[in-house]
Design a protein around this ligand. Sequence first.
Ligand code: UDP
Ligand code: MG
Length: 339
Amino acid sequence: MRVLHDLEGLSPSDLPAPYLSVIVPIYNEEDNLPPLHRDILTTIEKLTCSYEIIYVDDGSTDGGLDRIKSLAANDKATAIIQLRRNFGQTAAISAGIDHSRGQVVVCLDADLQNDPADIPRLLAKLEEGYDLVSGWRVNRQDHWLWRKSVSSIANWIISRITDLKLHDYGCTLKAYRRDLLNHIRLYGQMHRFIPALASMVGAKVAEIPVNHRPRIHGKSKYGLGRTFSVVLDLLTVKFLASLSSNPIKIFGGSGLVLIGLSFISGLAMVLQKWLQGISLIQTPLLLLSALLFILGFHAILLGLTTELMIRTYYESQGKSTYVIRQVFKPGNDQRPNSQ
Ligand code: UDP
Ligand code: MG
């Protein structure tokens, strides 16, 4: 077992990089951990590939950390990352991804609702040529009817807005290719949007039905409040999707429309004066024209400012505005490992 403390001062492991990294975010799941570790091992030991398991303890306040340490005590392929406090599931998954080394990354929940036995099917689908395979909890086992209905509405909205049709964005059980994850940073509740972010960089995404079981130990960490954060994150994803490379088009476009409307309203005002003798101060059109013009002008300024920010974003990080899938050279067909 490797214990990676606090994400600071980590030295790269001397073990060779494995094919598969299994990442599990944990927050107060003490009683789920023994069966979970057993189930994961049972499944992946049967695979012929090399693997590592990374548990990310997201500031648990129960005895979970000690539990998982003793479970993995003699296991070189298991690493435990302890975060300093509870940062949330997305941050925990990010920490796991950043410190994993596998060519393929599989994430799953620690509460035994996802079934590790599904991992081989995810990997097989990935091998068919996909970059990301997402689980679809066909028989979702959550107690509350409203949770399932809110979630199906959310999935429908996300699919419409992101242009990637999935039945189940919220399922943590997913498999990713490493070179894809190098292009994605996760914030807020965004782990659920990885497929959408991935398809923005040209990833081939598939969805397969997976098992889902009722939670036996511990409680769900989320309530209705999560829906709001998911909606706000969705706005960010949409913003990134449609604006990130050319914001002036959207802001500038709406700015020009607003200025056009302001001229139309100004013209209507002048015509009213000429034809009907209505004084300019008797009609709200003067105010409307001024308002539309100011709004339009500011939208264009906002577009220009955002263009500047986007350029800073790309150039400060040495990011390119394109993503390479593969480079073909004689005798060297390779997927890119970074950038
Ligand atoms: N989790 C986490 N940090 C948090 C909340 C949850 O690491 O702040 C983990 C939790 O331990 C579980 C997974 O994220 O492994 C999913 O959480 P939960 O089962 O509560 O979500 P639900 O299945 O109800 O959507
Ligand atoms: Mg759960």
